[in-house]
Ligand binder design. Sequence first.
Ligand SMILES: C[S@@+](CC[C@H](N)C(=O)[O-])C[C@H]1O[C@@H](n2cnc3c(N)ncnc32)[C@H](O)[C@@H]1O
Length: 216
Amino acid sequence: MPHPSLKVFDPLPRKERWFCRGRLAVAPLEEVAAQATGTHILDVGCGHGVLAAVLLHDDTRRHVVGIDPDVRKIEWAKASVGRNANAEFRACTIEELAAERPGEFDCVIVADVLCLISRSSWMPLLEAARTLLRPGGRLLIKDAENDGSWRATKALWQERITVHVLGRSVSTAIGFATREELARYITDAGFTIDSVESFARGYTTPHVLFVAHVPS
Ligand SMILES: C[S@@+](CC[C@H](N)C(=O)[O-])C[C@H]1O[C@@H](n2cnc3c(N)ncnc32)[C@H](O)[C@@H]1O
């Protein structure tokens, strides 16, 4: 039985509908959504908007802004979950949004984006996330960690095929950081880490979720 939030993707072509369904099956997006706080939520690298759909399904008081540099994906998101009046999707960078709307968000979520972009982009992205959050606001980073396991090797090849063979994702560099490296970037960007949890069990990717906040 597909998750009820996936109903919003019914208007999309079959291939895109199955992509969204698959995305929810292979990543713990419901667990990520469960950690979101407040009503104004930013989903950085939102893709088709699967996480946004879960967020809006779980709490109808939420307003979710999704941004992604991939114009094709933003069009799919607008044609599906974007029909919800509480959803807004834009093809722009986080730095552009930070210049326009500082302090507007209660929660910023970055799910499976850092592993697709070069390390030199991490700090500007995380600093822009801090600018966009109100004091005390929450940052959720969900990524795959390099834990040396078979899951990390499998997930790395999966990302390479998704980007270079299937052309399904925009990427500047593919690679997983260790949990310690991820933690260092998050704290160096001025966040305080509240918890780190592995969601590898039951999945074939070494998912890890950081919950952090901007000190008030
Ligand atoms: C694996 S998908 C994850 C999509 C969504 N966050 C989810 O969890 O379902 C990675 C997304 O990151 C986007 N992306 C790539 N480079 C980015 C960047 N510099 N800033 C924000 N998003 C980026 C890609 O276009 C793609 O939609």
